[in-house]
Design a protein around this ligand. Structure first.
Ligand code: DC
Length: 221
């Protein structure tokens, strides 16, 4: 039987950073489900699909095959065989992902792929609905969050370090808007599973969050 860890939470709480580090220490496979939703959003943008038109959306999804592979331990996501890992982190893709991931057709397409990965391997999977929908029987569930201010400041630093000009206020308002959309969509909204442990990373370092997850995991293994 595989051991499964689900980490859910809003954008910018540090999920992917801590999940990657914790998975490495535990020698688990890290599955970044957001990257899969992003690959689909990229496909929808490239094909100019009107996601409000259900038949156009279904047709476009039928033409898309998403898969993941691990290269030197890092997850790469492929759309119709092409590695799109480098193209899915733009603001345009983030915005389309937030809108398209609310569509049941999109969620359905990725559910079995995610469950199959967890069936055969020890995985640490992060996303929005892993503990509530994808792996309701996960051995450990974490809900990782941080205040909007903290998340906006982290994103601001990340972008300014890359030399991009941005406004802290705009980032904070984008984050709040995306949270609202993720939390209020009808299908698989972002919410804490009843049996998930809440971790607020606002005043914690990355190392402290990773350590806490490792301790909780080891207690249950
Ligand atoms: O984790 P991320 O920022 O890469 O996620 C991008 C978007 O995908 C975000 O708007 C929420 C959505 N998402 C989702 O609906 N379900 C998941 N399991 C993972 C991400």
């Amino acid at each position: 039987m595989s051991f499964t860890i689900a980490i859910d939470g809003p954008a910018g709480a540090g999920k992917s950073t801590v999940a990657r580090l914790a998975a490495k220490k535990l020698q688990f496979i890290y599955v970044d489900t957001g990257a899969m939703y992003r690959a689909i959003a990229l496909g929808l943008l490239c094909t100019n699909t009107d996601i409000e038109d259900r038949s156009a959306l279904t047709d476009a999804l039928n033409q898309m095959e998403v898969s993941i592979r691990y290269v030197d331990g890092a997850q790469h996501v492929y759309l119709n065989g092409e590695d799109v890992s480098g193209q899915i982190r733009t603001e345009q893709v983030s915005d389309m992902t937030s809108r398209s991931s609310a569509k049941p057709e999109v969620r359905e397409k990725l559910t079995s792929l995610q469950r199959n990965l967890a069936a055969s391997e020890d995985v640490l999977m992060d996303g929005r609905d892993i503990g509530t929908m994808i792996l309701p029987d996960a051995n450990l569930k974490i809900f990782l969050t941080a205040s909007v201010d903290t998340r906006a400041r982290r994103r601001f630093l990340e972008l300014t370090e890359k030399g991009e000009s941005c406004s802290l206020e705009e980032i904070a308002s984008d984050i709040a808007e995306r949270d609202y959309r993720d939390e209020h969509r009808e299908i698989a909204p972002l919410c804490q599973a009843k049996d998930a442990i809440l971790l607020d990373s606002s005043d914690m370092t990355i190392e402290e969050v990773v350590e806490r997850i490792l301790t909780l995991a080891r207690e249950r293994m």
